[in-house]
Every structure is written in structure tokens, then in C-alpha cells.
Design a protein around this ligand. Structure first.
Ligand SMILES: Nc1ncnc2c1ncn2[C@@H]1O[C@H](COP(=O)(O)OP(=O)(O)O)[C@@H](O)[C@H]1O
Ligand SMILES: [Mg+2]
Length: 138
């Protein structure tokens, strides 16, 4: 468990995850709006060596960040309507490939997530600190 007291702490936590990520890794992020999931992804991109701007994909399924040690594919299930829609958009091509995938709101369609996904939750405490922890498969 990591206690993050600032955006920089959260990015640093992501950076460690990215630095040790391997081809095929899938990170499933869980947490409310504003918890810091996208900031964590920014850190993961940095940890992989990509310095692209990181924002959540809103009108497309995916944001792809090249330039790092491995390609990073960033998804956000928040606005997607159904499991069928996500599948139709072709997510499996990425989830079962050799890049690194990170999915915000992965618990919305947890059945779509590979068994080997690593689940990470992030939540805000009343103090504003964030608690980042790896959780058991959900
Ligand atoms: N410790 C922290 N870690 C991450 N974000 C924080 C932290 N403290 C404050 N914030 C703020 O919370 C917001 C998190 O936004 P974002 O990463 O987009 O959340 P999410 O993707 O979970 O909806 C940002 O505005 C950020 O500045
Ligand atoms: Mg987000």
C-alpha cells in the first residue's frame, strides 16, 4: 500500500510500475472519478520512457503512447456502454498482445479483463491523500 500526498507521489508510484512492466502486462485500475487513475497512468508512461501527454481516451477507445521501452495502450471504460461495444471496438487485440495495457474503470466490465490482470485501486481519503494498493482479482 502506498500513501500518496500529492500528484507527484502518484506519478512516482506509476513510474515504478512502468519501470518494471513487462510485455503483455495488463493493469486494471479501480477508483472513483478524480481519484488519480489518469495521473497514475501518466507515471506508468514515464516509467516506460514515453514522455507523451497522457489524457484519458474519451471519444476513442484507446490512447496509444509510443516512444517508450514498450508501447502503452490506455483505455477508460467510464463512458463505454456495454461489454459488446468494448469488444466490437477491438480491445482484445490489445489486451492479449505484447504491449502494456492500462484500463481505467476496469471493474465496469471486469469479465473482459484477462485473468492475469494486475488490479490496482486508488482512493481519496478525507484528508486528500490517496491510498494506492494492489488488490486481489475482482
Ligand atoms: N495525491 C494525488 N494523486 C493524484 N491526484 C491528485 C492527488 N491529490 C490531488 N489530486 C488531483 O486529483 C485529480 C485526479 O485526476 P485524475 O487522475 O484525472 O483522476 P481519475 O482518472 O481517477 O478520474 C487531479 O486533478 C489531481 O490534481
Ligand atoms: Mg481518468
Amino acid at each position: 500500500m502506498i500513501i500518496s500526498k500529492s500528484v507527484e507521489d502518484t506519478i512516482a508510484a506509476g513510474r515504478k510500475i512502468g519501470a518494471s512492466a513487462r510485455a503483455g502486462d495488463v493493469f486494471a485500475l479501480v477508483g472513483d472519478l478524480g481519484a488519480g487513475k489518469t495521473q497514475l497512468v501518466k507515471g506508468i508512461a514515464r516509467g516506460l520512457g514515453a514522455d507523451a501527454e497522457v489524457t484519458s481516451p474519451t471519444f476513442t477507445l484507446i490512447h496509444e503512447y509510443a516512444g517508450g521501452r514498450l508501447p502503452l495502450y490506455h483505455f477508460d471504460f467510464y463512458r463505454l456502454e456495454s461489454k459488446a461495444e468494448v469488444l466490437r471496438l477491438g480491445i482484445d487485440e490489445y489486451l492479449f498482445a505484447d504491449g502494456v495495457c492500462v484500463v481505467e474503470w476496469a471493474d465496469r466490465f471486469r469479465e473482459l479483463m484477462p485473468q492475469s490482470s494486475r488490479w490496482i485501486s486508488i482512493r481519496a481519503r478525507e484528508s486528500g491523500e490517496r491510498v494506492i494498493e494492489t488488490t486481489a482479482v475482482r
